[in-house]
Write a protein that binds this ligand. Structure first.
Ligand SMILES: CC(C)(COP(=O)(O)OP(=O)(O)OC[C@H]1O[C@@H](n2cnc3c(N)ncnc32)[C@H](O)[C@@H]1OP(=O)(O)O)[C@@H](O)C(=O)NCCC(=O)NCCSC(=O)/C=C/c1ccc(O)c(O)c1
Ligand SMILES: O=C(O)CCC(=O)C(=O)O
Ligand SMILES: [Fe+2]
Length: 359
């Protein structure tokens, strides 16, 4: 259904259309707007073109084909300490699995709005499946040019019953095929923290819950005035991110004001440290700010898997890290409180982690 009033003026109800009726930014893009609705205009300091982008640096690209080579684990830990972001290649996940989940993402967002909106916060029969647009529209001064489907994994049976059929099997397959790589990455990262083994308690803290998001960034009029995703760090332990070949993800270089592009590499996965791992490692591994530019040329998809503690876990610096007398810089907080704090406010860079900081 087309909006009731002319889209030429800024008087029509953009929020009602995109957010409440579930058309999303995909719906706005499909209208062929020539100008960006004012609700999406970010303040100048958040517009990516006005920030310092450097192209003489890049995040590490790590070949993980040979785990027997100690240099692999070393490179992973070094990258997590210095960059908080790296790409992995030769990880063993079949390229068809990656292509298929990107295709399923395009299929889901290609559905009519009324189909997608069955999974909105208001309509979804479960909190574990959520279709939405922007990040948290109610709390944002300016909206983000992104639609998403967020799927919290509980069990195969629950997914079969509740995840949308347009993308369910492909999302599950991507999650399952990435599991052994995720475990190996965490094992390597733990060794440097003096954690010898991922026992049951550690397994819960490090990878006790998973959420997969399917992100859709349609082609945008006046992309320089808005953002795909604003500055934020993830609240996960690790994020396992598949991007397509469009590009547009920028990460902040540690202790600087410079932003660096993460170039798409065929078959690669982007890995980033999230706030939970920064807290568990008492600040040794860095959860880095990142953001996504909107594209004026093409639609983009990305598929992050957020590897998290269980919502019922309490997170704080690991005892093994503090063994040598290192002072804790974070307190113990219930992970579900931490996540709720993150979701209830607009993206605001690295402010979230202050929730757990000892001042
Ligand atoms: C997240 C919670 C705490 C939500 O619990 P629930 O009982 O559903 O609480 P709620 O009161 O309904 O939700 C709290 C608010 O968060 C919002 N919210 C909940 N889930 C989501 C979601 N998936 N996406 C966006 N907003 C959400 C709700 O809209 C609520 O806002 P409001 O309605 O009060 O305005 C629960 O599901 C949980 O503990 N989950 C397990 C851990 C988990 O999921 N961790 C998240 C890792 S995700 C991560 O690291 C990064 C995510 C991210 C980054 C950038 C983006 O742009 C983006 O879209 C997403
Ligand atoms: O789309 C991307 O490349 C990154 C998205 C992201 O940062 C997120 O969903 O947390
Ligand atoms: Fe992110």
């Amino acid at each position: 259904m087309a909006p009731a009033v002319s889209t030429a003026s800024n008087s029509w109800d953009v929020i009602g259309f995109a957010v409440n009726e579930g058309y999303g930014v995909k719906g706005l893009a499909d209208l062929g707007l020539e100008t960006l609705p004012k609700q999406y205009i970010q303040p100048p300091e958040e517009q990516i073109t006005t920030s310092t982008i450097v192209d003489d640096d890049s995040i590490p690209v790590i070949d993980i084909s040979n785990w027997d080579n100690p240099k692999v684990a070393d490179s992973i830990c070094n990258a997590a300490e210095k960059w908080g972001f790296f790409q992995i290649v030769n990880h063993g996940i079949p390229v068809e699995v990656l292509e298929t989940v990107k295709e399923a993402t395009r299929r889901f967002f290609g559905l009519p709005a009324r189909e997608k909106n069955k999974h909105s916060k208001e309509n979804s029969p479960t909190n574990n499946v959520r279709y939405g647009t922007s990040f948290t529209p109610k709390a944002e001064k300016a909206l983000e040019w992104k639609d998403f489907l967020s799927l919290f994994y509980v069990s195969d049976d629950e997914a079969a019953a509740l995840w949308p059929s347009a993308c369910r099997n492909e999302a599950l397959d991507f999650m399952k095929k990435s599991e052994s790589v995720i475990r190996r990455l965490l094992e390597a990262l733990m060794k440097r923290l003096n954690v010898k083994e991922i026992d049951e308690t550690k397994e819960s803290l490090l990878m006790g819950s998973k959420r997969i998001n399917l992100n859709y960034y349609p082609k945008c009029p006046e992309p320089e005035l808005t953002v795909g995703v604003g500055r934020h760090s993830d609240v996960s332990t690790l994020t396992f991110l598949l991007q397509d070949d469009i590009g547009g993800l920028y990460v902040k270089k540690l202790d600087s004001d410079s932003w660096i592009h993460v170039p798409p590499i065929d078959g690669a996965i982007v890995i980033n440290v999230g706030d939970a791992l920064q807290i568990l490692s008492n600040g040794r591994y860095k959860s880095i700010e990142h953001r996504v530019i909107a594209s004026g040329i093409k639609n983009r998809v990305s598929v992050p898997i957020f590897i998290n503690p269980r919502p019922t876990d309490i997170i704080g610096p690991l005892p093994e890290v503090l063994e040598s007398g290192e002072k804790p810089i974070y307190k113990n907080v219930p992970y579900s409180d931490y996540v709720k704090h993150f979701f209830r406010k607009a993206h605001d860079g690295k402010e979230t982690v202050d929730f757990a900081k000892i001042f």
